[in-house]
Design a protein around this ligand. Structure first.
Ligand code: SAM
Length: 314
């Protein structure tokens, strides 16, 4: 206030106008720098450099994840934004790109705007190791084997059925559910499995005196093994499968009939049907008494970390 009192009105207006012009020029030039920003292949990034997925590979990744308009796709380390933009453009889906480099974020936003997709696609400047993307139903990655391993415990906590797709790089000992190739480039799909390990007490719609009363499940990511137990008899589970929350397995009952179980798991409850090779099909339910076993394998072992480094020949 005191300084303003010393300025005559015309001089004050002139200085204000100058300041406004300078600020406008500075902001226009910053805008111009941003608008003319061209990323360089291999430019360094926080944890990995920028290299874009090839268009066809990006498309293969979205196909592999079987993206539908109900999905929410998040690309971790989204570079120039091509995967979220392709997801919104080709699949009508909502998408988010998380990228540490602010220039790449601005470039991505501009491309989304130019494609008329800014309502569907968002980009944020963020560190993928400090971000919450737990509402994603599809997560896409083109990072590095060791970064995939670092992300793995977080990914494994996502809702069962969430699909993770990676361009080129694996997830240590967690084998993919599906792999697709374009030339020598591969994309892999992992479906987050429900946590089903434990002891399940089974009750059948009708009494099944020869069928297991208890099912013990052991789990290594989506791989399952275990046995059915009836009094002292133990029956190994065969063809045990787990995809998202869908579990299935076969067991030969005490009388030699083959029983095929198909069920959905929700928390400590399993609900499904069991079909006998003798033709009967009945409903069953199972309850897990113990707390869900924490998924210890998600944290990378030293062997997996060493293998991740070896995989890149470093
Ligand atoms: C190999 S590029 C992949 C770009 C894009 N996902 C694609 O497939 O075209 C990896 C990207 O991750 C970004 N990045 C590296 N570390 C990051 C971090 N900690 N958080 C967010 N982004 C990161 C890099 O800047 C780079 O743009």
């Amino acid at each position: 206030m005191i300084r303003r009192a010393f300025l005559s009105r015309p001089v004050g207006h002139f200085l204000c106008a100058m300041l406004a012009c300078t600020l406008a020029a500075a902001s226009a030039s910053a805008q111009q720098t941003r608008d003319s920003f061209t990323p360089q292949l291999g430019q360094s990034g926080k944890d990995v450099m920028w290299l874009p997925s090839h268009d066809q590979v990006a498309n293969m990744m979205l196909r592999l994840a079987a993206v539908t308009p109900r999905d929410y796709v998040v690309d971790l380390g989204s570079g120039d934004g091509k995967i979220p933009i392709a997801a919104a453009r080709d699949y009508g889906v909502r998408a988010l790109g998380l990228e540490y480099n602010a220039d790449l974020v601005e470039l991505s936003k501009r491309r989304a705007r130019e494609a008329g997709l800014e309502a569907k696609v968002k980009f944020e400047k963020a560190d993928i190791f400090e971000s919450d993307y737990s509402s994603a139903t599809v997560v896409t990655l083109y990072l590095l084997p060791e970064l995939n391993l670092r992300l793995r415990p977080t990914l494994m906590k996502m809702k069962p059925g969430t699909r993770i797709v990676s361009n080129s790089f694996e997830m240590g000992s967690w084998s993919p559910d599906e792999t697709a190739f374009i030339g020598t480039t591969k994309a892999m799909l992992w479906v987050i499995p429900a946590h089903v390990a434990g002891t399940w007490t089974v009750s059948y719609q009708r009494k099944q005196p020869a069928a297991p009363a208890t099912i013990n499940l052991r789990q290594n990511f989506q791989k399952l093994e275990g046995e059915g137990v009836l009094s002292q008899a133990r029956m190994s589970l065969q063809y045990a499968r787990l995809r998202a929350s869908d579990v299935s397995f076969e067991v030969r009952d005490d009388k030699g009939a083959l029983l095929s179980y198909k069920a959905k798991v929700e928390g400590n409850r399993m609900v499904g049907t069991v079909s006998s090779s003798r033709g009967a099909r009945i409903a069953f339910q199972a309850q897990r008494g113990d707390a869900p076993v924490p998924f210890a394998e998600a944290k990378a072992t030293p062997e997996e970390e060493a293998e991740a480094v070896r995989a890149l020949g470093r």
